[in-house]
Design a protein. Structure first.
Length: 80
């Protein structure tokens, strides 16, 4: 994978990977962005929780893994 301004650039053919794969990728990226302050397992759990919370109300699910990662990041960064 290449990087662009500190963010991984993924192959666009893989953007429609199964949800669990997308959540794994989101958790890996978020763990990297948090610079190891929070372990992968805790990040993955936060991403999964955010995804499940969003999925209960969503009518369109296409971008939920990305939105879940952002929600998890906001929550994890707000945690002291």
């Amino acid at each position: 994978m290449d990087e662009l301004k500190g963010h991984e650039v993924r192959d666009p053919r893989r953007l429609h990977a199964p949800v669990e794969v997308q959540l794994d990728q989101a958790a890996e990226e978020l763990t990297r962005r948090l610079a190891g302050r929070i372990g992968y397992q805790d990040v993955r759990e936060a991403v999964t929780d955010a995804y499940q919370r969003l999925a209960r109300q969503a009518k369109v699910h296409r971008f939920l893994p990305i939105l879940a990662a952002r929600s998890a990041q906001n929550r994890l960064q707000a945690t002291p």
